[in-house]
Design a binder for this molecule. Sequence first.
Ligand code: NAD
Length: 489
Amino acid sequence: MVDVDRARLLQAVPTELFIGGKWVSSRSGETFAVVDPASEELLLRVADAGPTDGIAALDAAVDAAADWAATPPQARADVLRAAYDALIERREEIAALITLEMGKPLAEARGEVGYGAGFFRWFSESATRLHLDGGYGVEPGGQYRIVTTKRPVGPTLLVTPWNFPLAMGTRKIGAALAAGCTVVIKPAEQTPLTTLLLAEVLREAGLPDGVVNVVTTTDAAGLVRPVMADPRLRKISFTGSTRVGKLLLGQAADHVLRSSMELGGNAPLLVFDDADVDTAVEGAVVAKLRNGGESCVAANRIHVQSGVVEEFTRKLTERMASFRPGPGLDPASTLGPLIDDRQRTKVAGLVDDAVAKGAELLLGGEVPTGKGYFYPPTVLRGVPHDAELRTEEIFGPVAAIYPFDTEDEAIAAANDTPFGLASYLFSQNLSRAMRVAEALDSGMTGINRGVISNPAAPFGGIKESGLGREGSSHGIEEYLETKYIGLGL
Ligand code: NAD
């Protein structure tokens, strides 16, 4: 195990709600347990907020909204930059906390701190530039001037999932703060600790009271519904399952609330005969096993052309067999546990269903005994059409390989899903690579790469994978309204 002073690390984590710049207990005084998925041991108990706490957090965000919107962009940028510097300086501590509550190997958690903090740096740089993009021009009849400018949307609710406890928060908070919006953030109940520590980092970086408020709860639906029903809220940004996203879009309709939705995926990964097979194997391994497969951009269906399918399958199985499941704080572990028993039961169920219907199991597939929600790297081929694995988002370390013969067949198979978040393709033929990338119905495509997330790139999906983009200049637009002024001279 890496020598982490667990007690000291956890002692630094606030366990109350962060409302109006103060740490406060929930109205009910209730708390809930946060558990280490590698050991099933209690880490900390944190405040369990109810609907009145949610409204109190919204009150604070509303009270702070006008001042924050009027704060000079440079001052907003300076807070984000200071928070970026603090996250990088405290990288080891924050990475260990991510590993403790979410399970991923420490090396990957360090990567998440770099990636997550990167959104604060990116958006601190954007904050001072975005108001320079307005327009000033003569209307076609020459009678007056058309002036366009941007203004912050206003108080925003952010709801985040457990798989990237830091980055899912910073990706939203960074854009909102740079744009001049105040926020209430509700992290996932499995991983609230990183967000609570992040609030403390922001406070120390000079963030004014009420600009970011954090509510932790086991009753997400009960807390979110009244906040969304309150007309003072001006926007919802949600990352999570398509099922909950649809529910929230229904609730957003009542007030025509601006909505950004980063939802589920079912990413295809295509390997053509003209690919460099070793590059494709490495790309598939990282697209599959990064974050233990618990990523919305994880390769869910691996389609391989017949000429290389044997070689690819053998090499992928060998590489996946080299991964070592174990607690993330152990440097020997290269695959952490799944987040909880429910997720593990779901993954195991998908594999069992596929095997029962005739799929061939080449690696893994057995739930280990002992503590922790571990599931081994697993490879399947010959998964039949009626297996749930083909259509469900796996969210686990399970690779399913599907052979194909022609390019058209591969594109049709890749697009045969209601989702459209990420896709990947491997080919050394530039014309084919670009042709196929353009034909794939997804918001993002990696060519000869298994990792594509970057603060400078627009992250998001089409079809049932969501609405809007995060990161890049597109990400900040989600928190801005365009204002037009007709100016008579
Ligand atoms: P989830 O939808 O169950 O939960 C996400 C968040 O929504 C959590 O904070 C949860 O507490 C909250 N929530 C749950 N029910 C709610 C309700 N009725 N009202 C309001 N809030 C509610 O999803 P999850 O299990 O946390 O995450 C896994 C899913 O998230 C996967 O489907 C994955 O693809 C998706 N995801 C998408 C992205 C992306 O950027 N597109 C990133 C990460 C995860």
